[in-house]
Design a protein around this ligand. Sequence first.
Ligand code: MRU
Length: 368
Amino acid sequence: MGEKSILDYETVDLDDNDNSVVIIDQTRLPGKTEIIRLHTAQEIWDAIYLLKVRGAPAIGVAAAFGIYVLAKGIVKESGGEMEFEDFYEKFHTQKEYLDSARPTAVNLSWALNRMDRRCQMAGREERKSIQEVLETLHKEAVEMKAEDIRVCHAIGENGLRLVKPGDGILTHCNAGQLATCKYGTATAPIYLGQERGYGFKVYADETRPLLQGARLTAYELFSAGVDVTLICDNMSAMVMKNGWVNAVFVGCDRVAANGDVANKIGTSVVATVAKHYGIPFYVCAPTSTIDLHTPTGKEIRIEQRPAQEVTQMWYKERMAPEGVKVFNPAFDVTDHELVTAIVTEHGIARAPYEQSLVDLCHAHSQPG
Ligand code: MRU
């Protein structure tokens, strides 16, 4: 048997016997593949905040497994029997805590709210016992992971219709398997194309300051045998001008109702340059990333991160003067005018997004 590739590992998993969320520590990649187990609320929160697990869908699934593990802990601490309302008060506190780890990716609160709704329904409406409530939460979290895999595969099929064999594709950050449970979002068309012999040529932006493009996207695509070329963020205009890029595919952390999209810092630069060169700019997003309650990109809260990520974190020594002011937003908002289409699991939305996003979400909304 050949050596295990990074794609053979689960990005996020649950060990029910060990009461832990199991993840690949993505801060160690590509040098070291370290699998870590998260047992406590603090460990789960830290793993999300420190980007040990990152990427909107993966954060959502990690939080769903996380709140289930914490729910089990609450019941265990009480000796196995407790009133639902006493349980729920503690459950809700833990849920709010996990939700505070990162603000921009809507999948975090989406996943936790879904677990919360399921919990309340089981305990209050269906009047299940505490053990049955736990079973319900377990089922819901496991289903969310399975759903993520189906959703990403469907995004891949829909995205593949937008490109042709031999095309050049540019991507920014990591919206790959490491950001989801399988296939990725922006990389799903690339992986499906790879299986079908499309022979894409992929350009991966390195993605300053945390280098998700270099450390994660280039790594996972290269491991899969995709023809991938790593470029610095400031080279995308040149590769586009050279005619090497037929389409841009990026992932997304939150889509506002008007089609503005928040994604990794630098995405809006790529979109602006793509527009200049007449290259289609596609945003790949599960419908769980569409936030119809946020009217425009202006209302999306952008996470600000520590200055040291820019000045020294990835260098042997500090690369900026001590005390210099640093601006380090983790995400930016790409205006909807720059977005050619939003590729979801249910189909492709195009402008006017106010209408097409509502149509897509409502046509497929589930009760509950
Ligand atoms: O800060 P990160 O690494 O979590 O940012 C990730 C991104 O911006 C991804 O493009 C986005 O979450 C989509 S992942 C399918």
